[in-house]
Design a protein around this ligand. Structure first.
Ligand SMILES: [Zn+2]
Length: 406
């Protein structure tokens, strides 16, 4: 059998990432069936390789923004996800408000704060929190906490000069909360908000699983698992979506590349591929899997979890590296011998992706993510055209040699 040519592997991955990160998939979240479409896409790829996909359903609660996330200043429309970002816990507020500014000069003014709390201003006013000049981390944290304490009473705007980083959360305030570029707002401006949230309880997500049977009489009764989450953050209303090209269309593309490889050239061990849902919502899909494993966890020889595989110019981080020195030694030996990625960075345990619950359950595993390249993360700029995929083929070769060496 001829090995897949490098450019074919990368070309196919490019297409997979462009598809999964396209507007049609709505950020693979909880609005417009984005997650469902991604699930069907991955299942179809498994089927095309001759592996009947299995599904594992679970439910969780998510705060969503299904229709409108619009904000204006003095009547001028702002760009959703660029000029402002809706807070993942935001509730609903839909009208034009006058602003009450709270900043470093007045945030200890008890009378002012009490006045805001005690009067029902929810139909007329928005609180604008301006943290400028508050430098100590403790004071900043206190200031932010105070900001959010208002959010069940009246809408809140938090001014910020930081990069917007979005997430998915399972609860919501009553009123709208947004973060806004601090350069846009000046005191006295009116703020128009048309922000509508919907807390979806018992949202149904599904993990997608495929198996490629092993060839060795004994080893085929044990498993190698390759996993990657396919969910992302979904939409900020009809106005913006978070593409999630690096996070984690790239990891899904790598997992599917490995699936394609092992369909062509089965390993001695049986390979189990799992595309997890619910990762961004708090690792709920992988938690559910470890509690309801389709293949016994004690028979898993090793698990490789892939997230953020789109760059690699500065190398690769291996989480759990210090827990499994033998496997790390093998991985670095392959990398040195074949001259693949620039550097393998060793990291200890971390609860930052789906491998976490497997580590807890005693399954030997690594989680790898690439370093360097794009800074886009959990924002509107994590697009397919931003990803160099410069190391994708080297990473692919590294993983195949690693899995074959186990
Ligand atoms: Zn991720």
């Amino acid at each position: 059998m001829l090995p897949s040519r490098a450019q074919d592997v990368v070309k196919k991955a490019e297409k997979t990432i462009a598809d999964l990160a396209s507007p049609e998939f709505h950020g693979r979240g909880y609005v417009n069936d984005g997650l469902k479409k991604a699930e069907a896409y991955i299942a179809a790829r498994f089927s095309a390789g001759g592996a009947e996909p299995r599904f594992q359903a679970f439910t969780h609660t998510v705060n969503t923004f299904p229709d409108s996330v619009r904000v204006s200043l003095n009547g001028k429309k702002l760009r959703t996800g660029v000029d402002f970002m809706v807070h993942p816990n935001s509730g609903t507020s839909q009208r034009v408000f006058e602003s009450i500014v709270i900043n470093r000069n007045n945030f200890t003014d008890i009378d002012l704060l009490r006045n805001i709390y005690q009067n029902d201003l929810s139909r007329t006013h928005v609180v604008v929190l301006d943290p400028k000049g508050i430098t100590s981390p403790d004071s900043l944290m206190e200031f932010r906490a105070m900001a959010l304490a208002f959010a069940n009473n009246l809408p809140v705007v938090i001014l910020s000069s930081d990069k917007f980083t979005w997430s998915v959360l399972p609860d919501a305030y009553r009123r709208a909360v947004i973060e806004m570029r601090d350069t846009l707002f000046t005191e006295g401006m009116s703020i128009g908000m048309n922000i509508h949230n919907e807390l979806k309880r018992d949202f149904k997500s599904r993990n997608v699983i495929a198996v490629v049977p092993g060839t060795h009489r004994k080893k085929k009764k044990k498993f190698l698992m390759v996993t990657a989450h396919y969910d992302h953050l979904g939409r900020m209303g009809s106005e913006a979506y978070i593409p999630g090209a690096n996070d984690n269309a790239s990891g899904v593309a790598m997992m599917l590349a490995l699936f394609d490889h092992y369909v062509q050239q089965p390993a001695e061990y049986t390979l189990v591929f799992v595309a997890f849902a619910g990762e961004e919502a708090g690792l709920v899909g992988s938690k559910f899997y470890t509690e309801n494993a389709l293949y016994p966890l004690e028979k898993v020889r090793f698990l490789l979890n892939l997230d953020l595989q789109g760059t690699g110019d500065e190398g690769l981080t291996v989480v759990n590296a210090t827990l499994f020195p033998d496997e790390l030694k093998m991985l670095t030996a392959i990398n040195d011998r074949e001259d693949l990625v620039a550097k393998i960075k060793v990291r200890g345990e971390a609860g930052n992706s789906d491998h976490y619950w497997f580590t807890k359950a005693g399954v030997r595993c690594f989680f790898t993510y690439t370093l360097g390249g794009t800074k886009a993360y959990h924002d509107v700029n994590d697009r397919a055209d931003q990803l160099p995929l410069s190391e994708f083929n080297d990473l692919y070769r590294l993983y195949v040699a690693f899995l074959d060496g186990l």
